[in-house]
Design a protein around this ligand. Structure first.
Ligand SMILES: Cc1cc2nc3c(=O)[nH]c(=O)nc-3n(C[C@H](O)[C@H](O)[C@H](O)COP(=O)(O)OP(=O)(O)OC[C@H]3O[C@@H](n4cnc5c(N)ncnc54)[C@H](O)[C@@H]3O)c2cc1C
Length: 358
């Protein structure tokens, strides 16, 4: 398999060969745009058959890395990034707070005033980042070999895909996310992320404008989180899209419930959605009346919108970067649970840091 290079203008002072980017998620694509701007040759590929292969949707708040993110992209994409906002033009009048509530009483526990932020549909910004981007789909990297001494700079890295084909280049960036297959080269002792002892189930629910506006007025138009103290259950609400973007007359929102497993209990997936919802019903009996509509809608969702996530992160590791030939970025380097709301911001910081080093 030849290395098909993505950008046309090649920076003649670049002597490190083609940069191979494994993974066309937000971070792989951001790095690709950064390399494009610098006229550094790269090739980006992804295991999926196409960009719509799997559900790509949830909301992401870009905050402390927002300016860096925009600086890495061509100016003509900025407008579309802003148009991916979950609530159109909300950034122009952002009066929202990040609120942590007592989901049993509906009272606010902590209210953090907004800083500059943009809450976007992940699917929307990914589509924007994919514009004019030549991704090689259907290429699942299984292993990477590094030969630092190869005299031909474009033979220093060889990636082998699941279909047996190989691709060669001068440098490799693993942007494969939390289930990275090639991270094992950097950290063979811990080839897989650690599973955390939490259950996490959720769903996309539709709220009528009246239902949505009542919650937005009482809590926040974009997102809030809290706990139900009587069952030690975490409750999460976030807006995914407004009628303007989703083509319905309703607001689409994400409702998630999570809880810590008792010591020694294995973190296994539920046998069925029915079994998961029975547990959710039990755990949300103490929910405040203003939130019951969310729980009831969650329990009515079908398999299509049901989501069960296995939370995990990487153990601390010192890794060999083979003199800069093997880099990790985004969730492949530092997966974080979504409660922190900043994993993508950290991935963007990786891309910005790399820009400064090239
Ligand atoms: C519900 C939820 C809410 C979140 N909210 C926020 C938030 O508010 N703010 C924030 O900053 N972050 C948030 N995050 C985290 C954020 O979504 C991730 O950090 C970010 O999307 C990770 O991007 P990535 O490109 O590193 O990985 P991914 O998006 O996982 O992309 C990895 C890509 O690599 C491909 N791939 C995988 N393995 C291979 C392989 N072997 N070969 C080739 N391709 C491969 C995959 O198909 C995928 O396209 C949230 C996450 C969730 C789940």
């Amino acid at each position: 398999m030849t290395t098909e290079v993505c950008n046309g203008n090649i920076n003649s002072s670049w002597k490190n060969g083609v940069v191979l980017i494994s993974g066309a998620g937000l971070i792989g694509l951001t790095i690709a745009h950064m390399l494009e701007k610098l006229s550094i040759p790269y090739s980006i590929y992804d295991r999926d058959e196409n960009e719509n292969f799997r559900g790509q949707g949830w909301g992401i708040t870009l905050h402390w890395a927002l300016e860096d993110f925009l600086s890495l992209l061509p100016a003509e994409l900025h407008k579309d990034i802003y148009e991916s906002e979950v609530l159109e033009n909300f950034h122009m009048k952002d009066t929202g707070n990040f609120m942590f509530i007592n989901a049993g009483t509906g009272e606010t526990v902590v209210r953090i005033p907004p800083t500059k932020r943009l809450r976007v549909r992940r699917e929307g910004i990914r589509k924007t980042l994919l514009k004019d981007m030549n991704v090689h789909w259907g290429c699942e990297a299984e292993s990477v070999e590094i030969n630092q001494d190869a005299s031909d700079v474009n033979k220093r890295v060889s990636v082998t895909f699941h279909n047996g084909k190989t691709l060669q280049g001068g440098m490799f960036i693993d942007c494969e996310g939390r289930s990275s297959l090639t991270r094992k080269l950097a950290n063979p002792e811990h080839p897989e992320a650690c599973t955390l002892p939490y259950k996490f189930v959720g769903s996309i629910v539709e709220l009528t404008p009246e239902e949505y506006h009542a919650l937005a007025a009482k809590y926040d138009p974009l997102l809030f989180q809290g706990t139900i103290p009587s069952s030690g259950t975490f409750f999460w609400f976030s807006l995914l899209s407004s009628p303007t973007h989703n083509g319905t007359s309703n607001y689409k929102c994400q409702v998630n419930i999570s809880w810590k497993l008792a010591d020694g209990v294995a973190n296994l997936p539920f046998a069925s959605v029915k079994e998961a919802f029975a547990e959710v019903s039990k755990r949300t009996t103490g929910l405040h009346e203003s939130l019951v509509v969310l729980r009831d809608k969650l329990l009515k969702t079908g398999e299509k919108d049901y989501m069960e996530l296995c939370l995990g992160d990487w153990p601390f590791a010192e890794w060999d970067d083979y003199n800069g030939l093997l880099l990790l970025a985004g969730d492949a380097a530092h997966a974080m649970v979504m409660y922190r709301g900043e994993a993508a911001n950290h991935g963007i910081a990786d891309a910005k840091l790399l820009e400064g080093l090239l």
